[in-house]
Design a protein around this ligand. Structure first.
Ligand SMILES: Cc1cc2nc3c(=O)[nH]c(=O)nc-3n(C[C@H](O)[C@H](O)[C@H](O)COP(=O)(O)OP(=O)(O)OC[C@H]3O[C@@H](n4cnc5c(N)ncnc54)[C@H](O)[C@@H]3O)c2cc1C
Length: 468
């Protein structure tokens, strides 16, 4: 490892290689899960340098973990405990952002942060619409196929990806940075590297489809007596303005209460009144300006009409809200729950028509089996995603978290997979945190195909810690 370090320093320059324990610390722990050890982090700043690093590691048999902004939530971005993995940080591959306003595309290096990309796009009235409460790197967004809060309108990264440049484990550069929206010529190679957590290759650049920045947004927080009322509201909003609906997020009372307890600066629109079982954050967005289409009026009108129908019986409150205030509340849920006690965060998907029934079934099971746990769910109901968080005080359980968590996970995942035809990882992907469940639920044919691809693309099995 020491020789590798000095050879890489010679090839890439002084600042590119880190070996001091104090410098390496930040590359060793994931945001929520995963903690390992490394003796070397290397930070190339061009595709050619990434190729050099990978070729050298391949030749000498060093395992490599690609790392972006380290906000991943399945423990897949950090080295394992062996201390033998090289961290390949893409943080210095962040200089190129080439916008083409006519094509409505951007060609961007893999280490560019989402915020940095959107800053550059905003100068031309554009935005990359995959939106979330973290600030990840673009290459990693491809590797994890990030979803986010506006998937309902714009899709995930996969849907906005036009071209890709990838470096394989042996240093081979695969260039496919086209900007075509139509290219129906057989295998779509870039999709192999999308959502596969970097184990097939390192994303060094991407061509993305971007959209004009909306000129206006209208947001409402809508109280719902139960989950079915939230689904009825979603249907009305889609039937009377699908093309304008840009987000439909739902927050349970338990999760919302945690936000107002731990974030006193955020205004509780319900004031002293009861927080309803669910609150939907509804957002409409348009590139038309207010003179041509008044979105706030339209939203108010649609909600008022919904309340007049039997489907609207389950609405308890409607607050038209400032967009930044409503999103501030939504983006503080995870953090606030962490202040409530031990959290088991499950990132689940079910057909959205079954979301209310699914959540109710889990609530009933948890109440009967583990009464000390609270279900604090919230998430992207518009696209069938829920972050179903279980929160408890470890002192209330006779089982330590290490024993309790796998049992609870297995029970809920089994239900998601077998009873609700859903997914045990809606958008966070696969990593050491949920590797066992990948092994359990993934069809043998899929695993077999992945093994063939891995053998072809990374025959020495050097890239990443996830085993697809
Ligand atoms: C507060 C918060 C909110 C979040 N909200 C959402 C959300 O709404 N939707 C959602 O989908 N996710 C969400 N996430 C998860 C996370 O932000 C995404 O998975 C993100 O895409 C990870 O990007 P990153 O740069 O942090 O990657 P990292 O965490 O550094 O890496 C993630 C994976 O990608 C691999 N990788 C990194 N860079 C590359 C590369 N250039 N080439 C190949 N492989 C690479 C790593 O090895 C690892 O397997 C959230 C996370 C946080 C902390």
């Amino acid at each position: 490892m020491q020789t590798l370090g000095s050879d890489l320093t010679r090839l890439l320059g002084e600042g590119a290689v880190l070996t001091e324990a104090s410098d390496l610390e930040k590359y060793e722990s994931g945001w929520r899960y995963g903690a390992g050890k490394t003796r070397l982090a290397v930070r190339p700043s061009t595709t050619a340098e990434v190729a050099t690093v990978l070729a050298l590691c391949h030749e000498r048999g060093f395992r490599v973990i690609p790392q972006g902004a380290n906000t991943g939530l399945v423990g897949a971005s950090v080295p394992d405990a062996s201390g033998d993995m090289v961290v390949l940080s893409l943080e210095r591959l962040n200089r190129q952002i080439d916008v083409d306003a006519v094509d409505r595309t951007v060609r961007v290096q893999g280490g560019v942060l989402l915020s940095q990309l959107n800053g550059a796009l905003a100068e031309q009235g554009l935005v990359f619409p995959v939106d979330l409460g973290a600030d990840p790197q673009i290459g990693a967004m491809v590797a994890t196929n990030t979803g986010g809060t506006r998937l309902l309108r714009y899709g995930d990264v996969r849907h906005n990806l036009l071209g890709l440049e990838v470096v394989l484990a042996d240093g081979t550069v695969v260039s496919g940075l086209k900007c075509l929206r139509k290219d129906n010529t057989g295998l779509d190679l870039k999709q192999l590297f999308t959502g596969t957590t970097g184990v097939f290759g390192v994303v060094t650049a991407a061509t993305l489809s971007v959209v004009p920045l909306p000129r206006q947004r209208a947001v409402a927080l809508v109280g719902c007596a139960d989950g079915e009322a939230a689904l009825a509201l979603l249907q009305t909003l889609e039937n009377h303005g699908l093309e304008l609906l840009s987000a439909f997020e739902v927050i349970s009372a338990e999760a919302l209460r945690a936000v107002f307890t731990h974030q006193p600066r955020l205004r509780n629109p319900f004031g002293k009144g009861d927080i309803p079982a669910y609150t939907a954050l509804v957002e409409l967005a348009s590139t038309l300006d207010e003179r041509r289409l008044n979105l706030a009026e339209l939203l108010e009108d649609t909600l008022a009409q919904h309340v007049e129908t039997p489907a609207g019986d389950g609405l308890t409150d409607v607050f038209l809200s400032r967009s930044d205030e409503a999103w501030d509340i939504r983006h503080h849920v995870s953090e606030s729950l962490r202040s409530e006690g031990r959290v088991l965060g499950l990132d689940l998907a079910v057909p959205r028509s079954r979301m209310a029934a699914f959540t109710q079934a889990v609530r009933a099971w948890v109440a009967a089996t583990y009464p000390f746990m609270r279900v604090c769910d919230f998430g992207h109901w518009g696209d069938g995603g829920t972050h179903l968080n279980l929160v408890w005080n470890p002192a209330d359980s006779s089982l330590p978290p290490e024993s309790l968590i796998p049992v609870v996970q297995r029970e809920i995942y089994d239900r998601v997979m077998h009873e609700f035809d859903g997914s045990y990882s809606a958008e966070h992907g696969v990593g050491p945190h949920n590797q066992g469940f990948y092994n359990l639920y993934t069809p043998e044919t899929t695993k077999g195909l992945c093994a063939v691809l891995k053998q072809h693309l990374d025959p020495k099995n050097l890239l990443g810690t996830t085993r697809l």
